[in-house]
Design a binder for this molecule. Sequence first.
Ligand code: ADP
Ligand code: ZN
Length: 224
Amino acid sequence: MIIILLGPPGAGKGTIADKINSLVPIPVIATGDILRKAIESGSDLGEKAKSYVVSGKLVPDEYIIKIVEDRITESDCEKGFIFDGFPRTINQAKALDLVFKRLNKDIDQVFYFDISYETIINRLSARRVCTRCGAIYNLKYDPPEKADLCNKCGGKLIQRVDDQEETIKKRIDVYNEETSPLISYYEKMNILTKINADQDLEDRFKILWNRLTEIGVIKNSKLW
Ligand code: ADP
Ligand code: ZN
């Protein structure tokens, strides 16, 4: 099963990816997470990516495509994977098509999470992330039991540097300009499902799961 989660920052792609991953044993490939880890570790890639990520700009396609190609050929990706935050430009989508052609793989479905501008700002400015395990919280909708500490692992919760209001606005502009053309790109390929992301997680998930069942990727609520 290969699926793509598409939508603006704050649409809840990471949360829904975790939920799918808890039911279906395939990895989530979140290019944003890979980049943040690279930056933290001070690797070559991290050094190159840092200024882009911090200011809310897109990291150049060539780096991203290399990251994705390396990752999907690892052994845990054999039965499929979930892309969160990739592709983000038409160029990346076209490069992915070429890689998949070579590897004889197909995208099963692209889920596009549609969300209002206000909800994005509300969600992102209240978002906190665990520095240890990556769990995501929202101070308003899903607060941790103890202030600033992760329920799952006790790690410290922080606000991502790119979740400050000015950078959020920049990321939304970048999304509208560079990423939103992917909606019609995948619509034309007949593999796009639109989900209203203002609804609860349960409702969003139900639409996604039903669609995967409908196209035969999940059978009797099981993947295999
Ligand atoms: P969000 O979806 O909330 O904006 P991500 O964690 O997906 O956050 O991405 C954070 C940052 O990492 C982006 O603003 C961008 O700088 C970089 N990034 C992530 N994925 C890509 C990608 N596919 N192409 C280019 N840059 C990316
Ligand atoms: Zn944690």
